[in-house]
Design a protein around this ligand. Structure first.
Ligand SMILES: Cc1cc2nc3c(=O)[nH]c(=O)nc-3n(C[C@H](O)[C@H](O)[C@H](O)COP(=O)(O)OP(=O)(O)OC[C@H]3O[C@@H](n4cnc5c(N)ncnc54)[C@H](O)[C@@H]3O)c2cc1C
Length: 457
């Protein structure tokens, strides 16, 4: 049903005005062409937009924002639309006629055309990338200069620099290099009234007042639209080794991880998953199980270094005294990719089972094992016939809790899980952000009256 705003022609007038700025082919008004922009990757969030506009430069973003602000049309910036909390798409009720403070459906501003990647500055190991540059393109450019970009995640082919800055994306290598925030040296961004702020000089040290760029990292499009980023690059570590390890449970896996942190040179990833999830992945992808026997918990670790880290990892693994059939080691690139697939296919596999409730949480490292046991009980009580799949970045105390079964609009299981997280002194969003999924729980999280455990030593 079209909201009154669109019927009275104001949206049409705005779309016409923006067509003069960005070109008519970059203002999408037809419902079919808009559809892919209006629903999120999980399929859980989405709603109608006024239109989708695709500016091709910072100046065009500025004109678009000014025109929308003058007509009080809300805007939603969007990059690759791989976000997992519904922040980059309209909500189901955004265009309800009774929302007087929100009189129009939002316009989606897609940044995908702003995809200029400047040559890598090898003197400083930095690069300036447009907001619409994909992570894969950025990684390729860094590699061709003998460098690497420190953030990596499974959505690399679609996730964009702007979206990753806006969500402060984490991913697979946070334990070694930090999240997106640690890579950002400066940003160019456009404020809601069209003003442009630019901090792309790449100064490593600049203590002249507030750091506006860092303020925008993780702001999820609420403060400004990011149009470009000056990013730090790291040395490329060509020598790599990956090991998949089986353990009776989380506790044993985390004890092993603590030892590997101390002994394994170049440890940069430590990913955790469980046998029920692995079983689903293997049958979804039609691939064999990676280890001869089944284990309660699996840890996938990756070391990368200038010199071959395989011997060092093997030595560290020997001190763990694991049974032979609990370890798979991969040194060449195809075998490493095969082991990584067991972890990276989890998201896709979960989505193939239905629309997931995805909770991305962190716990103090010392409580992660207790949380894993407790969350299974909580989900069993709140959604008894659902499928629960847990996986995550063990090195960061970060678990992704996926529940398939409850209706997408039924938030009772989300609420029960997040209350558990809060009570255990964790965070309700580790790396995906607040978006729509966490906007209500966020209030819960900030409520000082909810009892929670203190620091964990
Ligand atoms: C298979 C899979 C694996 C993933 N793995 C990880 C992971 O390991 N770690 C992790 O952190 N995330 C992960 N994600 C989530 C997602 O990829 C990240 O959140 C990513 O940063 C989103 O980038 P995007 O370009 O797709 O942003 P979008 O989804 O388009 O937008 C995300 C948010 O950023 C805002 N935004 C987008 N562009 C801009 C801009 N230019 N200026 C201002 N605001 C903007 C949007 O409004 C929205 O709030 C994964 C997703 C998938 C599908």
């Amino acid at each position: 049903m079209l909201p009154a705003f669109r019927e009275d022609g104001r949206v049409r007038d705005l779309a016409d005005a923006l067509a003069d700025v960005v070109g008519r082919e970059h203002v999408l008004v037809d419902p079919e062409t808009r559809a892919g922009y209006e629903r999120d990757w999980t399929g859980r969030f989405g709603g109608p937009s006024a239109f989708v506009v695709r500016p091709g430069s910072t100046e065009e973003v500025s004109s678009v924002l000014l025109a929308c602000a003058e007509r009080s049309v809300p805007v939603i910036p969007q990059g690759g639309n791989t976000g997992l909390v519904g922040g980059g798409v309209p909500g189901k009720h955004d265009s309800r006629a009774d929302r007087s403070h929100w009189p129009s459906p939002p316009a989606i501003i897609s940044l995908s055309r702003i995809s200029t990647l400047e040559p890598v500055d090898t003197a400083s190991s930095q690069v300036t990338a447009g907001a619409g540059v994909t992570l894969a393109a950025l990684q390729a450019a860094a590699a061709s200069a003998g460098l690497a970009f420190a953030v990596d995640l499974a959505a690399r082919d679609s996730a964009t620099v702007g979206g990753m800055v806006a969500t402060n994306a984490g991913g697979l290598h946070v334990m070694r290099h930090g999240a997106m925030r640690s890579q950002v040296l400066g940003l160019e961004a456009v404020l809601a009234d069209g003003r442009v702020i630019s901090r792309l000089d790449g100064l490593v040290k600049d203590n002249t007042g507030y750091d506006l760029s860092q303020l925008l990292v993780g702001s999820e499009g609420t403060l400004a639209v990011v149009t470009a980023a000056r990013l730090r690059l790291v040395p490329a570590m060509h020598e790599q080794v990956v090991a998949l390890l089986g353990f009776p449970g989380t506790e044993e896996a985390l004890v092993a991880l603590a030892l590997l942190r101390r002994r394994a040179d170049g440890l940069q990833a430590a990913e955790l998953f469980y046998d029920d999830g692995l079983e689903l992945v293997c049958s979804h992808a039609g691939i064999p199980r990676p280890l001869v026997h089944r284990w309660g918990a699996y840890l996938l670790v990756e070391c990368a270094s200038m010199n071959d880290p395989a011997d060092g990892l093997l030595e560290a693994l020997e001190s763990l005294d694991l049974p032979d059939d609990a370890t798979a080691l991969a040194t060449d690139a195809p075998s490493r990719a095969r082991l990584w697939a067991y972890r990276e296919l989890h998201s896709e596999t979960v989505s193939s089972k239905g629309v997931p409730h995805k909770l991305d949480v962190t716990l103090p490292q010392g409580r992660l094992a207790r949380f894993e046991a407790a969350v299974r009980e909580v989900v069993e009580r709140a959604a008894p016939r659902s499928t629960l799949v847990l996986f995550g970045h063990a090195g960061d105390g970060n678990l992704h809790v996926n529940v398939v079964g409850p209706d997408p609009d039924d938030e009772s299981v989300d609420d029960a899980i997040l209350r558990l997280v809060i009570s255990m002194g964790g965070s309700i969003s580790a790396e995906h952000g607040i978006g729509r999924a966490k906007s209500k729980p966020w209030r819960l999280f900030l409520n000082p009256k909810i009892p929670r455990q203190g620091p964990c030593y």
